[in-house]
Design a protein around this ligand. Structure first.
Ligand SMILES: Cc1cc2nc3c(=O)[nH]c(=O)nc-3n(C[C@H](O)[C@H](O)[C@H](O)COP(=O)(O)O)c2cc1C
Length: 205
């Protein structure tokens, strides 16, 4: 029997400032050419310093929504909210995890998430110290309680000292399989599956 189709067609990859964001071009490629979905990208300022928006634009076939882009952030967030049927925050820094857990929307990525109604899944990337902090644990629990999907971290190489440790962002196959399951469960529960409050949004489901 063929595997059930991916529940949405348009996935927004929202990159934040962990080193794993330098791999985001490979995630875009995976979403488009393995899953045959549309992918677009939004970046925080810190992510922009670690990955090339030009490469992401070339691979996604669309301009990237970022603070330094041609489009004003106020317009960019409405475009992104209207376009996305699911948002994958990858990688998700401790900073963005903390902001989203507390309803803070002070940059493009957190504003997109705050204004969206579609399912949002985070792929945390945390150093062992960050992961062990009570505040981080509290924020992750809050996000789970608020209905966000959280892809478990994996063992990976610490960039600072080349040791293996917990807290690395999951790989694309694992994270996108998680996203698919999360969306299936979400739509089975009758959740709203797209668009936001911008009034520009296409809705599905
Ligand atoms: C090379 C590099 C790697 C980083 N890796 C991480 C990381 O894995 N997790 C994390 O929470 N912060 C990491 N940071 C720190 C974040 O960039 C910093 O907290 C920043 O304020 C996050 O901004 P953003 O969440 O708006 O993207 C890293 C910074 C640099 C320069």
């Amino acid at each position: 029997m063929p595997a059930p189709a991916f529940p949405v067609r348009r996935v927004l990859l929202a990159g934040t400032g962990a080193i794993g964001v330098s791999m985001l071009p490979a995630w875009v490629f995976w979403v488009r050419h393995h899953l045959h979905l549309e992918a677009r990208v939004a970046l925080t300022c810190h992510a922009e310093a670690l990955v090339s928006p030009k490469a992401l634009a070339a691979l996604s076939g669309h301009r990237v929504w970022c603070e330094s882009g041609d489009v004003e952030p106020e317009i960019a967030h409405m475009e992104a909210v209207g376009w996305a049927e699911a948002i994958l925050v990858v990688p998700a820094t401790a900073n963005v995890i903390g902001k989203l857990a507390n309803g803070i929307a002070d940059d493009l990525v957190t504003t997109i998430v705050a204004a969206s109604r579609c399912p949002v899944v985070l792929v945390p990337s945390l150093t062992p110290a960050m992961q062990s902090k009570p505040a981080t644990q509290r924020n992750l629990r809050q996000l789970a309680e608020d209905g966000y999907g959280l892809v478990p971290t994996m063992t990976g190489v610490q960039v600072s000292d080349s040791t293996l440790s917990e807290g690395a962002a999951a790989d694309p196959a694992t994270a996108l399989a998680y996203l698919k399951r999360f969306l299936q469960e979400h739509s089975a529960g009758g959740g709203d599956n797209g668009g936001g409050d911008s009034g520009t949004g296409a809705r599905s489901g």
